[in-house]
Design a protein around this ligand. Sequence first.
Ligand code: SF4
Length: 318
Amino acid sequence: MSLGTDNEHPRQIYLAQPRGFCAGVVRAIEIVERALEKYGPPVYVRHEIVHNKYVVESLKNKGAIFVEDLSEVPPMAVTVFSAHGVARSVEEEAAERGLPVLNATCPLVTKVHNQGKRYMSKGRTVILIGHAGHPEVEGTMGQVPGPVLLVQNVEDVKALTLQADTPVAYITQTTLSVDDTKDIIAALQAKFTDIQGPDIRDICYATQNRQTAVRDLSKLVDVILVVGAANSSNSNRLREIGTEAGVASYLIADGSELNPDWLKGARAVGITAGASAPEVLVDDVIEALRRIGPVTVSVLPGREENIEFRLPAELAAG
Ligand code: SF4
């Protein structure tokens, strides 16, 4: 079997830039770590703090306990809400129980909540573009004080039964594909005569930058490996974008999931990572590639990111 490499012709690996952790994920993990330091373990975290098993396991080892429902949190235990955000009903339940809460909702997700609330207060029907069942979508739908219609694709827009002149407004999940959102927004604008939306799409800077980087990567490589969890929305979009660009693309959690068959005849392999995947897992995939055959690794030039989000006041240093 030819794997497309030998000692004289090592396989070329290109790393997309940027890739991996975004500012919202860095902040969320730091909130749990600092809470553990300040209050001591255990600290309860509602839902996976970010969608990555490695991150979750590392925090478990430091004393975090992950739960899906607040009823699993004992009285007065320090509780962290995940980066994806929560519905108002969850905030209210925590307040009723007097739980000390640290909110790790990404500020860019909170921004979408606020947009939705603003549109609703102006009497508009709010339409959320997003994926059913994703915790961010559940949180956003539960933050806007009124019914929110969810559309996942252009077909869902066609199926909406609202009158064409109903005042509507759209908001979007932060981690969708820019292209998908564009088509859905165009369908909404064609259907409704009185429609508003945010000036800049809600797809967050990290999602946009990682999507642009994977498009650039796709021009150079035969195979794309996206390091990320199966339940990570932004990682799934990266894999889809690679596939849409005509490059065989695979989502893998770490090096153990690398299938040598994917590399048959592949001279150049691109690697990127979703916003919740730590760099150590990218290194693990590179090592797995190295075990299959010699490699040369280069990092593509890309957009620099220097965004940082402030920690909650009670955890800020100093
Ligand atoms: S992907 Fe974007 S919205 Fe999600 S946590 Fe990161 S910065 Fe925030």
